[in-house]
Design a binder for this molecule. Structure first.
Ligand code: 5GP
Length: 190
């Protein structure tokens, strides 16, 4: 595992070297065109004013940074941090805030940008947290909508990809802090 992660800092050859452990799910080019199409939709829905994107650390940081570069409307950003997976791939179900918002959300149009919605418990917690600041609206943008283990009834306004199950890494997503730098998304083989 350490050996594989060492090579991920380099180039496409490095991703090839670790393929025996990872199943490709979405390529860099597929993600690029998906992010562009979601950005166009958001830009068209909010033509009348500024929006605030709240990225959920750490997994959404690459997705958010690509997304804002394709938006054609004024946008401010902030991040929140949550923790529920102590390590590995199973949710503890115990959501903790590790970083609070630091911009004024009152009367603002907010979009929470999440990497993966799995059980939905993190987003349920975050929606309540964001709403406590009195925004005008709160919507959800998620890179991956993973449905098999869903426990909370979550409406994802801007979903990119939908999968049924599997533990994904790459494009910001980690396994024990590894693999975030891969430009594609992969399913981790166990
Ligand atoms: P939920 O509260 O919806 O069960 O979990 C959401 C969080 O769990 C995500 O923000 C992400 O950090 C983590 N997570 C859920 N599924 C995956 C996955 O397949 N891969 C990775 N890397 N993280 C996941």
């Amino acid at each position: 595992m350490v050996y594989a992660y060492f090579f991920t800092s380099f180039d496409i050859t490095a991703e090839f070297l670790i393929m025996p452990e990872l199943i490709p799910v979405f390529t860099k080019d597929e993600i690029k065109s998906m992010v562009l199409s979601i950005a166009e939709k958001i830009s068209s829905d909010y033509q009348s004013g500024e929006i605030i994107l709240i990225g959920v650390l750490k997994g959404a940081f690459i997705f958010l940074s690509d997304l804002i570069r394709h938006l054609t409307i004024p946008v401010a950003i902030d991040f929140v941090g949550t923790s529920s997976y102590e390590s590995g791939t199973s949710s503890s179900g115990d959501i903790r805030l590790t970083k609070e918002v630091s911009v004024d959300l009152k009367h603002k149009d907010v979009i929470i940008v999440e990497d993966i919605v799995d059980t939905g418990l993190t987003l349920t917690y975050l929606i309540d947290y964001i709403k406590s600041f009195g925004p005008r609206s709160v919507k959800i943008c998620a890179l991956i909508d993973k449905q098999e283990r869903r426990e909370a009834d979550i409406r994802i306004d801007y979903p990119c990809y939908s999968i049924n199950k599997g533990f994904l890494v790459g494009y910001g997503l980690d396994f024990n802090e590894n693999y975030r730098g891969l430009s594609g998304i992969y399913q981790l083989k166990f």
